[in-house]
Design a protein around this ligand. Structure first.
Ligand SMILES: Cc1ncc(COP(=O)(O)O)c(C=O)c1O
Length: 284
């Protein structure tokens, strides 16, 4: 953790951080969060993350206690002060602290903003070589578009992956793939990228959004539609995308090899386009 953090909306030394036992994030998971990557000391797609945060907050009826622009300024200061070069910012907003009661507290209870930085190396080994995944039932609620602090479904899914020696758990409802426990899933068939539409069943990943923009710019065909598990197993390529894992090839699912068992052509092309985009916005 960096030396300074944001606690209750202010930059303070991490040693001075204190969160109330009755913070609703702690007791109910009543809040939302974002994870933003820092490259070369610059937050990548910060505006997109803040937009999504604002959307998540609105959907759970929390109003930010300060303007979004002010929060943005604080985050920039945080990254600068902690001199983070390659890392992440974790940002969380809860409904605040109040005597425990499921119903919303009164209007006088202010939402609690916290954020901290961490040096996190680039996921070079996994993005270069690919990873394996298992398939698990999606047991989460039906508002997966909200980046909620309630992550039990994802936690259980990821733990099953790890217990099986895998990197990610690919979740499905019925026969249709939704997303990974902490990533979006795309498949490639004959040069076309297919990914679940951004509805209530998935989190509309920021990396997913960048990928779709890059595909549009490069003329790579895209279909946003759900796909079945069998379709995924027979795909030429499968990849996951997330802020921390970037674009990671999935080369094995449930002991079956995907494509020829090595990172595919379109996945590698998207990785290099994504890298260019980072260089463009964050410098080399
Ligand atoms: C459930 C879920 N889907 C997708 C993603 C990818 O989102 P992003 O690309 O914004 O990191 C995440 C990231 O943590 C996630 O938790």
């Amino acid at each position: 953790m960096g030396e300074m953090i944001i606690c209750k909306g202010k930059l303070v030394p991490s040693t001075e951080a204190a969160i109330d036992l009755e913070d609703r994030g702690y007791q109910f998971g009543d809040g939302v969060y974002e994870v933003i990557r820092v490259y070369n000391g610059v937050m990548f797609t910060l505006d997109e993350h803040l937009d999504r945060l604002a959307g998540s907050l609105e959907k759970i009826k929390i109003s930010l206690p300060c303007p979004l622009e002010e929060l943005k300024g604080l985050l920039v200061q945080l990254v600068d002060i902690n001199q983070i070069k390659t890392g992440t910012v974790y940002l969380q907003v809860t409904r605040g602290s109040a005597p425990r009661n499921h119903a919303f507290p009164g209007k006088n209870v202010e939402p609690v903003i916290t954020a901290y930085t961490k040096e996190v190396p680039l996921p070079v080994e996994t993005t270069d070589n690919g990873v394996s995944a298992i398939v698990v039932e999606d047991i989460r609620w039906l508002k997966c578009d909200i980046k909620s602090l309630n992550l039990l479904g994802s936690v259980l899914a990821k733990e099953t992956a790890v217990e099986n020696g895998c990197y990610e758990a690919i979740q499905h409802r019925g026969n249709l793939v939704t997303e990974g426990s902490s990533s979006n899933i795309s498949i490639v068939f004959d040069g076309k990228v297919i990914t679940h539409p951004a509805n209530h069943l998935i989190l509309n990943g920021i990396v997913r959004q960048v990928i779709l923009k890059l595909c549009a710019k490069q003329g790579i065909p895209v279909e946003e539609r759900p796909f079945a598990i069998e379709e995924m197993m027979g795909a030429d390529e499968v990849f996951l995308s997330s802020t921390t894992s970037e674009i990671t090839p999935i080369i094995k699912i449930e002991k079956e090899t995907i494509g020829n068992g090595s990172p595919g052509k379109i996945t590698k092309l998207l990785q290099s386009l994504y890298r260019n985009e980072i260089d463009l916005h964050c410098g080399k």
